[in-house]
Design a protein around this ligand. Structure first.
Ligand code: ZN
Ligand code: FE
Length: 257
């Protein structure tokens, strides 16, 4: 059995720690800082870090790789189309990798960065999606186009309802506040905002989320929703819009929200 915990890093990053409890082996996703992982290993003697999974090249995701690899000899895997420090395994769409005896499928999700990848485990329903899909939102477009991000999110949104969304940042509350401005009449969203507000006030993590909940409350996955199309049409001047155009306007609105 694999147990997954979040190791907090910087101000709002999470380093996901996958633990094979029986064999005392573990893996981490996007260790932007080595210190929280090394501290965990120091507190759990006898455990071996076997793998380091990277979703994209930003410093807050790759900053700890060199130190962790030097300390543990862990295998480093990351996107083939980006420069990842000390990368042993270059991955892209369709590749499958074994991590702690579980097969992870690689999905290309360009948008936040051009080579961004996500890792999906079909039996356990894990999705490690970096800065592409966030709880209640999506990543900023640093390198890709709105069309690329819209397409990438569409591919993630096609995964099953029970998929567990392990994204890298605790942005949920601010994302849901924006979502409510976009879709004030969404009751499920209002309920989620209340729930996450309470969790955060108590210092609790808001992740992982599920794809079912994201499809019901994340505006960036709801660009075909008539209420959202209407809101965008009102803001931008009335005309019929494609979901790609709605996505583009939503992303631009969120950037200045
Ligand atoms: Zn990033
Ligand atoms: Fe990030």
């Amino acid at each position: 059995m694999i147990k997954i915990d979040a190791l907090p890093a910087f101000s709002d990053n999470y380093i996901w720690l996958l633990q094979d409890v029986e064999r005392r082996r573990c893996a981490v996703v996007d260790p932007g800082d080595a210190a929280p992982v090394l501290a965990w290993l120091a507190g759990n003697p006898g455990w071996q870090l076997s793998d380091i999974l990277i979703t994209h090249h930003h410093f807050d995701h790759v900053g700890g790789i060199a130190e962790l690899k030097a300390a543990t000899g862990a295998r480093v895997m990351g996107p083939a189309n980006e420069k990842i420090p000390a990368c042993d395994l270059a991955l892209s769409e369709g590749h499958s990798v074994e991590v702690l005896d579980h097969a992870l499928r690689v999905i290309d999700v360009p948008g936040h960065t051009l080579g961004h990848i996500a890792y999906y485990q079909a039996d356990q329903h894990w999705l490690f999606c970096g800065d592409t899909l966030f709880a209640g939102g999506c990543g900023r477009l640093f390198e890709g186009s709105p069309a690329q991000m819209h397409d990438s999110l569409g591919r993630l949104a096609a995964l099953p309802d029970q998929t567990l969304v392990y994204c890298t940042h605790e942005y949920t509350l601010s994302n849901l506040r924006f979502a409510q401005a976009v879709e004030p009449a969404n009751a499920r969203l209002a309920e989620r905002l209340r729930e996450v507000t309470a969790w955060r006030a108590a210092g609790k993590i808001s992740l992982p989320s599920t794809l079912e909940l994201e499809r019901a409350t994340n505006p960036f996955l709801r660009c075909q929703e008539p209420a959202i199309v209407d809101t965008i049409n009102e803001r931008e001047g009335l005309r019929t819009r494609t979901s790609g155009e709605v996505f583009t306007q939503l992303r631009a609105w969120k950037d200045s929200f």
